[in-house]
Design a protein around this ligand. Structure first.
Ligand SMILES: NC(=O)c1ccc[n+]([C@@H]2O[C@H](COP(=O)([O-])OP(=O)(O)OC[C@H]3O[C@@H](n4cnc5c(N)ncnc54)[C@H](OP(=O)(O)O)[C@@H]3O)[C@@H](O)[C@H]2O)c1
Length: 229
């Protein structure tokens, strides 16, 4: 049985990944920064019993990451999905240090520290996926007129962390990739987005299924095509 850890699993894509891997028969550790009153978690726990475990993990807090890793120390993972993210939208002219700090804390530093904390818990041959965004591509430089600057920059940082982790974890035969899920109808993506959660999850999980070590360190679309750095 595959064992999977998903961050930001209480809603949006994270909840979509959680439902997908439970349906596939995996054992899923679903983390959220606040475990009180998550209806979806109660439903998943009663449907899937011991295959579903809720874990407290705030991606912006180093102490919370360490505590989660210590609770999980007997578990060995085949797949870790760094999915939790925030997307501030702040027009140039009103940029604030706090906004950049929060975006980097959740979207880049958090996944870096989570990967470090979980690395000893990864089975040889495991996969580590950082959910990135096309807005993190310097080459594509999407929508530079918008206020998604702190967000894009934090995902660029996440992409570099992905590449560096791919080298660090290669000796354990762990594949590390950054994947952009597309523009998806979640609270972050909004109702007008191109894709439903189901469509994005189906594509991203099929891409993850096809990954091998030879693709470690790449930045991919949901369909597995390379995105320019
Ligand atoms: N939707 C899109 O169009 C799109 C496009 C490109 C990339 N992405 C990426 O896909 C991932 C999932 O996004 P989404 O669309 O599902 O967004 P979402 O619906 O806004 O969900 C974001 C998730 O991240 C969690 N989160 C935020 N801050 C956290 C923290 N400090 N610690 C732990 N969890 C935290 C949220 O938990 P709370 O409920 O506690 O806030 C929520 O579970 C993100 O990394 C995002 O950047 C999304």
């Amino acid at each position: 049985m595959k064992t999977v850890l998903i961050t930001g699993a209480n809603r949006g894509l994270g909840l979509g990944f959680t439902r997908h891997y439970l349906k596939q028969g995996a054992r899923v550790f679903a983390s959220a920064r606040d475990l009180t009153s998550i209806d979806a978690f109660e439903e998943l726990s009663s449907t899937h019993g011991e295959r579903f475990t809720a874990i407290l993990l705030d991606a912006a807090l180093e102490s919370s990451i360490k505590e989660a890793a210590s609770k999980l120390k007997g578990v060995r993972f085949d797949l870790v999905l760094n999915n939790a993210g925030v997307c501030p939208d702040e027009a140039f002219g009103t940029w604030k240090a706090d906004t950049f700090a929060t975006a980097f804390a959740v979207n880049a530093t958090g996944p870096a520290l989570i990967s470090q904390a979980m690395a000893p818990l990864l089975n040889p041959g495991a996969t580590l996926v950082n959910i990135s965004s096309g807005l993190g591509s310097c080459g594509a430089n999407l929508s530079p007129e918008t206020g998604l600057d702190a967000y894009g920059a934090s995902k660029t940082a996440l992409n570099l962390i992905t590449r560096r982790l791919a080298t660090k974890l290669a000796t354990k035969k762990i594949t590390v990739v950054a994947i952009s899920p597309g523009w998806v109808q979640t609270r972050m993506g909004g109702e007008q987005a191109d894709l439903t959660v189901g469509e994005s999850i189906a594509a991203v999980t099929a891409t993850i299924e096809d990954l091998g070590l030879e693709r470690s360190g790449s930045f991919l679309t949901r369909s597995g095509d390379s995105i320019p750095w």
